[in-house]
Design a protein around this ligand. Sequence first.
Ligand SMILES: Nc1ncnc2c1ncn2[C@@H]1O[C@H](COP(=O)(O)OP(=O)(O)O)[C@@H](O)[C@H]1O
Ligand SMILES: [Mg+2]
Length: 313
Amino acid sequence: MNEVVLEAVGLTKAYGDVQAVKGISFRVKRCEIFGLLGPNGAGKTTTISMLTGLIEPDSGEIHLLGSRFTTHSRRLKARIGFVPQELALYPTLSGWENLSFFGRIYGLKGSLLRERIEAVLKMVGLSERAGDAVETYSGGMKRRLNIAAGLIHEPELLFLDEPTVGVDPQSRNAILESVKELKEHGVTIIYTTHYMEEAQRLCDRVAIVDEGRIIALDTPAALIEREGIGMIRVRIGEGDFAPFAERIAALPGVKRVYRQDGWNIVEAANARETFVGIVETAVRLNVPVEAVEILEPNLETVFLKLTGKALRD
Ligand SMILES: Nc1ncnc2c1ncn2[C@@H]1O[C@H](COP(=O)(O)OP(=O)(O)O)[C@@H](O)[C@H]1O
Ligand SMILES: [Mg+2]
């Protein structure tokens, strides 16, 4: 199961003066769910657009299913599926009719087309609403239909670009479950998101992307083990922070204390234990604490530690 099905080598892409992707390289193995996790503007969509042959990289190479892949690789394109961030559906047509349209683009017809439509509708849990016009669907249902469209031709690789943005929790779960199921059926998945919970829950390996570069790449567990120490964020009101910081830095298990975006960040071996020490210290020094937050080691704290920025919107 270690066959490499996709390899990106040194991809770069600029839009005018904006260097969106600054040299991205990684390999994806067959049947993996590979995540690109990063904040808005990190370069995820640009990377996916190059990997699916929508745009030509400025430099670098892509190897897909054993061959060199470019924007002109027609045969290879037929073996991949792409679900864009923006919905691409016909609102006045039914779900079924939309899928029929996408199926025909890939040369499907007759009973095979019907079978494929039924299969993908089932996969995304929309069989019952197939006859209704897409404009009557909820946001989450539209997203699921969008995914079904990307699957109609049974691709070996599926690229999903932020498939859960703006969907209700029920649809979000349905989407995550169908992605897992696809993996079970042998599909390799490249999944972009800025939600660390999703990456953690879903992905076999995750590349953390920031400002056009991969800054870390591994299994979620290994990333958290290596970089994800516990953190506590404290916000205090007016006053001199230095004496408070000094006392906190001297608490057992505290590794580092620093200021960031108006928060005082405390990195500690055991965030929960240190939390108590921080609160006690604040009371003793009469420091006006406005908020204290424990951040358990997870991909969010990995990102915070590596970039000094929050991943969330
Ligand atoms: N068509 C475009 N023209 C100009 N700048 C763009 C275009 N698409 C993306 N960008 C810029 O490139 C950077 C990366 O964008 P994008 O790949 O969409 O990131 P992400 O998908 O991670 O949010 C951002 O600074 C974005 O503003
Ligand atoms: Mg994007």
